[in-house]
Design a protein. Structure first.
Length: 316
């Protein structure tokens, strides 16, 4: 059975950008400490690249913003592993330690002439439009556009990805959180959200125009994932048809009373066998194909339902 390949962020032009070897070395060091953070940095960079392209940003800015995103969590190299990889909820003291990764990353970039142009990534990606972010508590007018873009990409991947300390949250639910985080206090107070829920939502942090673009990116990637899975389903269907033919000759072989007839049908079965398939294992292999087929069909249905929900999301 061929391997099914799909990466939510794979359809980006990230790989076409020539990222400096120094950055690669820095991220290799980061990856050796925490595989989750390494993957997160790659995901945020790729997603940032997509957002910039959907915003029709200039190629030079897209490249700059992508590299800033690639380096946004570089400061976590110096966060103690027992804090960075803690499986449970962080204490206030531990959270304050985590927050220092922004200034640490900024200082790392500023000390290296090759990384210095991209210091905005580490420094601004946790600033919020309403001033509730860190490290400086800046408001919209003081937060560079690249910081606003990276914040949205960072928040999306941080919530939707599986981490060692939390369970997976669905894509549409994650987008709704980002939408809620882009609303102002006035908007939420005029809605029908229960008051007890309001206290649990931080509001006005994200740029709504960027969140709106993110939804387009995610919806396109959802349909792309459906297409990739459908290609794999087609491959499975072809093989299941082949196994049906094998089953036909197998049944005839068992019904045959003469040895030469049995051998005749057995030879036909061999024609349809692929590499590593034989008389002893073909039934189990067929079952594996059937199980994979049913699982992928279910996944396609789930994704179509998710896409329907995403299409109904509104950013105000």
């Amino acid at each position: 059975m061929k391997k099914e390949n799909f990466d939510f962020y794979d359809r980006t032009s990230l790989k076409s950008y020539n990222l400096d070897k120094t950055m690669q070395d820095q991220l290799n060091a980061l990856g050796s400490l925490d595989v989750f953070t390494r993957k997160h940095c790659e995901n945020v960079a790729a997603l940032t690249c997509r957002i910039c392209e959907y915003l029709h940003c200039k190629k030079s800015f897209t490249e700059y913003c992508t590299i800033c995103a690639y380096l946004h969590d570089i400061g976590k190299i110096f966060i103690p592993p027992e804090v960075l990889q803690k499986p449970g909820k962080l204490t206030d003291e531990e959270y304050n330690i985590i927050k220092t990764h922004t200034t640490i990353g900024y200082e790392m970039c500023m000390k290296d002439p090759k990384l210095r142009p991209y210091a905005a990534g580490p420094y601004y990606h946790h600033e919020a439009l309403n001033g509730t972010g860190y490290p400086r508590g800046l408001t919209k007018k003081d937060i560079p556009y690249e910081g606003q873009i990276i914040r949205v990409a960072d928040e999306f991947d941080a919530i939707v990805s599986k981490r060692q300390y939390k369970s997976h949250i669905g894509v549409s639910d994650t987008l709704q959180i980002l939408i809620d985080n882009s609303k102002s206090n006035e908007q939420i107070e005029s809605s029908h959200v229960l008051k007890e829920l309001i206290t649990n939502v931080q509001l006005g942090k994200n740029n709504p125009a960027i969140v709106k673009i993110l939804i387009k990116v995610v919806l396109d990637d959802t349909y792309y994932e459906i297409s990739c899975i459908q290609d794999y389903v087609n491959y499975l269907e072809e093989n299941l048809k082949r196994f049906n033919t094998i089953q036909k000759y197998y049944d005839k072989m068992n019904k045959a009373t003469k040895e030469d007839k049995k051998n005749y049908f057995a030879e036909y079965m061999k024609i349809y066998f692929r590499e590593d398939e034989n008389f002893d294992n073909w039934m189990q292999i067929r079952k594996d194909y059937q199980d994979a087929y049913e699982l992928r069909k279910q996944k396609i249905d789930t994704l179509y339902n998710e896409a329907k929900v995403i299409k109904k999301l509104k950013v105000y």
